[in-house]
Design a protein around this ligand. Structure first.
Ligand SMILES: Nc1nc2c(ncn2[C@@H]2O[C@H](COP(=O)(O)OP(=O)(O)OP(=O)(O)O)[C@@H](O)[C@H]2O)c(=O)[nH]1
Ligand SMILES: [Mg+2]
Length: 327
């Protein structure tokens, strides 16, 4: 099943004492727990018994950063900077080490922490691209419900006409959630679907149009050509649209996600990244590698199956939840 939403949890935003699965901060923390354990779990143990932090501790940290998929270059940069602090006697205990690491990680995310301008036009058109199975359709469903609870009139465009049952899945879900879905039959021309969708959105006073696309065609070059055509048709029907084009990347695919982002960016020009399935991996360091290598803003992250588990990306929340001390 493509859509599997859990009940919306209470809308608290990161009260420090809201542990467990309750509250958004708790959900972020639990979603990132595997990466956190690999990165900093037991870091205190690593240091205990030592009078001060030494090169051995930094070596162990280096291994952890690499295994979290942070990438060699960025890991080297961070470790070099920590070594400099060590020489200057600025790393005397584990608290100072964590504070320094926090600074380094935040600096690494700076290039991708640009707030997104939602609803900057009407209809505001967001096109979702990415290879098959990464979470495009699920993400569109979660966003549609979030935007709907924001009071927006939302419409979906069923642009994946290749995969069997993709159109029907979207239609059934749309009906259940009272969100209109513009679709044609399977094998229809997705550019024609986009044409219909843009004009329906204009005619029906829609605020947000979310355009789903296929993740796989017979060949990769067919897919790219199809996406380019969809984009052209959208722009012709509504100048400046699509206002955002986001690539969805599955965090569990590691460095391969970087290659996908580069390819889609060259082909259709992406304005943002949605990083999904961070809950299913200890390699969430890929987030930092993306920041370092691509610099394309990260818009949303997926840390679970629930609707609240798709969250606007916030660098501070992200880093803090990775460095949070385990209870
Ligand atoms: N654990 C977890 N699963 C997710 C997340 N996002 C998406 N998924 C799951 O990933 C699977 C694939 O999602 P889809 O939305 O169908 O992916 P898609 O990109 O539309 O795939 P195609 O239509 O085949 O191109 C589904 O089982 C989703 O529930 C996430 O953040 N965490
Ligand atoms: Mg899909």
């Amino acid at each position: 099943m493509v859509f599997g939403f859990k009940n919306k949890s209470a809308e608290e935003d990161r009260p420090e004492d809201s542990g467990g699965d309750k509250g958004l901060w708790g959900r972020l923390k639990s979603g990132l727990s595997r990466t956190r354990k690999g990165l900093t779990g037991g870091l205190a143990g690593l240091v205990s018994g030592k009078k001060k932090i030494d090169d051995e501790v930094l070596d162990a940290l280096e291994t952890r950063l690499l295994s979290a998929d942070m990438g060699v270059e960025l890991t080297m940069e961070i470790i070099a900077s920590l070594q400099t602090r060590l020489k200057r006697n600025q790393l005397s205990d584990v608290d100072q080490l964590l504070a320094a690491l926090r600074e380094e990680l935040l600096a690494a995310l700076a290039p991708v922490s640009k707030p997104v301008e939602l609803y900057s036009a009407k209809p505001w058109v967001l096109m979702m691209v990415g290879v098959n199975g990464v979470g495009k359709t699920t993400t569109i469903g979660k966003l549609a419900k979030q935007f709907q609870s924001d009071g927006k009139r939302v419409m979906l465009s069923a642009g994946d006409t290749f995969r069997a049952a993709a159109v029907e899945q979207l239609q059934v879900w749309g009906e259940r959630n009272d969100i209109p879905v513009i679709a044609q039959g399977q094998d229809a021309d997705p550019a024609a679907v986009s044409f219909d969708a843009i004009n329906a959105a204009k005619a029906r006073d829609i605020d947000v149009l979310l355009a789903d696309t296929a993740g796989r065609l017979h060949t990769q070059s067919n897919l790219i050509a199809e996406l380019q055509k969809i984009k052209r048709v959208i722009a012709r029907e509504l100048p400046d649209a699509p206002h955002e084009t986001w690539i969805v990347i599955d965090a569990t695919t590691g460095q391969n996600g970087l290659v996908q982002a580069q390819q889609f960016n060259e082909a259709v020009g992406v304005t943002g990244i949605v990083l999904t399935k961070l809950d299913g991996t200890a390699k969430g360091g890929i987030t930092f590698a993306i920041a370092h290598k691509l610099g394309i803003p990260i818009r949303y992250i997926g840390v679970g199956e629930g609707i609240d588990d798709l969250r606007l990306f916030d660098a501070e929340d992200f880093v803090d939840s990775l460095l949070a001390v385990e209870e």
